[in-house]
Design a protein around this ligand. Structure first.
Ligand SMILES: *[C@@H]1O[C@H](CO)[C@@H](O)[C@H](O)[C@H]1NC(C)=O
Ligand SMILES: *[C@@H]1O[C@H](CO)[C@@H](O)[C@H](O)[C@H]1NC(C)=O
Ligand SMILES: *[C@@H]1O[C@H](CO)[C@@H](O)[C@H](O)[C@H]1NC(C)=O
Ligand SMILES: *[C@@H]1O[C@H](CO)[C@@H](O)[C@H](O)[C@H]1NC(C)=O
Ligand SMILES: *[C@@H]1O[C@H](CO)[C@@H](O)[C@H](O)[C@H]1NC(C)=O
Length: 434
């Protein structure tokens, strides 16, 4: 019983003491608040010695990257400026106010630096609309956080798309104060806090800060660097285009007299166009400068158009009437290609022995061609070609010949473009951009 009483007594005492402390601390906080603001003139900047500028230490916390817009050349981020300065008028003796070492005051009641964004994308912006209470410490140090959406004008270059790195500046100045009055110093290293979701398109690389002056004004630059995540473009644009390349060359492997060739070539051409239309949505729509990838795709569409036209031409050739004579030039080319296909280069300037040996191994027609070439360099082409075989080559053979030539021509064009593209990709890989 006695023990219980004691217990209750202690409990009551604790409650009373707690309440007393609470009431007293509440009173002292209110007293401190009123005392601090009693003779405070908000419009006058801090500093007892106006011959020295007020130093405002500032650092930027970027929470999210919203967008990098290549067309309008805008970078938008959500961020806040953390500012620290000293206001001598806001000092107090801790022991006189029950040990209170800091207090929060509404920013509209105190002097705060007005930070102006000088390279805005749309209109000038002074930070402070979304701001915290001002935290004042007993020795006069004041800490304030002001955040907003920051949209800056940014020179975006998508030439290396999708391996591009964009660098954008956020330039700020204390609005209206010259550098002799307020000095912004970005002594803290800028923090970059990317909230867990991050950005789907960009990776943050680094942030640097620089101080410089614009006439009499003190300006600080925060330079943000972002690297594009390129895997999406690689798998959804570059890979399908490479596959389409192979398909578009396959048209030259369909027999030339088959009319289906034209529909095949046109289908491939159309799928290029459909594909281009779809992927244009994924490529930044700007032309200063164009991205190399867009140029590559446009080159591919042109090549596909040329393939379609060549196919029509070959089908037309293979359907020519057999009575139409084959021009001599074509016959000459045919003979030359036959020779190159069947003969080894050294046969051209060989002695009789070697020729005889090979002749026994080769088909008679081919050997005859070589003999013809050997003895009759000056002879007319028509006799030369009629010498090849007893029968004239048909238009179909001409078409097959063109088919082969064009196949290798377009193959090398495609390979050239693709090698250029991959050289570009690999250069970017090696320079560590990826
Ligand atoms: C405020 O100013 C008045 C008159 O100038 C002065 O009497 C008073 O002590 C000042 N109060 C504080 C807290 O400085
Ligand atoms: C500020 O500078 C002026 C001229 O240089 C000088 O006369 C004045 O005493 C200085 N004021 C203080 C508070 O040092
Ligand atoms: C703060 O106030 C206490 C009590 O009034 C006093 O003893 C002490 O010297 C003061 N401290 C300062 C730094 O003025
Ligand atoms: C700071 O940023 C602005 C705007 O982008 C730019 O014009 C200026 O050259 C930059 N200054 C420095 C020192 O980087
Ligand atoms: C501004 O602050 C920086 C760093 O604190 C300092 O180096 C510079 O001299 C200051 N400028 C003026 C005008 O006080």
């Amino acid at each position: 019983m006695g023990q219980m009483m004691t217990g209750q007594g202690v409990f009551a005492l604790v409650v009373i003491v707690n309440c007393h402390i609470f009431v007293s601390s509440h009173n002292s906080a209110e007293r401190l608040y009123n005392d601090l603001l009693l003779n405070y003139t908000k419009g006058v900047r801090p500093g007892t010695d106006y011959n020295h500028s007020l130093n405002v230490e500032l650092f930027l916390t970027v929470s999210t990257l919203l967008e990098i817009n290549a067309v309008d050349k805008i970078m938008s981020v959500n961020g806040f400026f953390n500012m620290l300065w000293r206001d001598e008028r806001l000092q107090w003796n801790k022991t006189e106010y029950d040990g209170h070492s800091s207090i929060l005051i509404d920013p509209s009641l105190l002097w705060t630096p007005r930070i102006l964004l000088i390279n805005p994308a749309r209109r000038f912006q002074v930070f402070g609309t979304y701001s915290s209470e001002v935290r004042v410490q007993f020795d006069g140090y004041v800490f304030w956080v002001a955040g907003d959406m920051i949209e800056t004008n940014c020179n975006i270059n998508i030439r290396n798309y999708p391996f591009d790195i964009q660098t954008c500046d956020i330039s700020i100045t204390p609005f209206g104060y010259t550098e002799n009055e307020v000095n912004l110093s970005v002594s803290f290293s800028t923090q970059f806090t990317e909230f867990p979701l991050g950005n789907g398109e960009w990776d943050h690389v680094q942030t640097t800060t620089t101080d410089w002056s614009l006439s009499v004004y003190n300006v600080s630059n925060f330079t943000l660097q972002y690297k594009r995540k390129h895997h999406f473009v690689l798998t959804n644009i570059i890979e399908p285009v490479l596959i389409l390349n192979v398909i578009s060359l396959a048209v030259f492997r369909i027999p030339p007299n088959c009319g289906e060739r034209i529909s095949f070539a046109i289908t491939v051409f159309l799928s290029y166009i459909v594909f281009l239309t779809i992927i244009t949505d994924n490529i930044p729509k700007t032309s200063s400068p164009m991205s190399l990838l867009s140029l590559y795709l446009i080159a591919k569409v042109s090549v596909s158009a040329c393939i379609t036209v060549s196919t029509v031409f070959i089908v037309q050739v293979s359907h020519k009437s057999p009575r139409t004579p084959i021009p001599e030039r074509i016959l000459y080319l045919l003979a030359k290609s036959n020779k190159m296909q069947n003969a080894e280069p050294k046969w051209a300037d060989n002695d009789g022995n070697k020729l005889d040996n090979t002749r026994t191994r080769t088909k008679s027609g081919r050997a005859e061609l070589i003999t013809g070439e050997d003895e009759g360099r000056g002879s007319s082409l028509s006799t030369h070609c009629s010498h090849i075989g007893s029968k004239q080559p048909t238009w179909e053979e001409v078409a097959i010949y063109f088919d082969r030539v064009l196949f290798f021509f377009f193959l090398s064009v495609m390979l050239l473009f693709t090698v250029l593209l991959f050289t570009f990709i690999c250069t970017n890989l090696r320079t560590g951009d990826i």
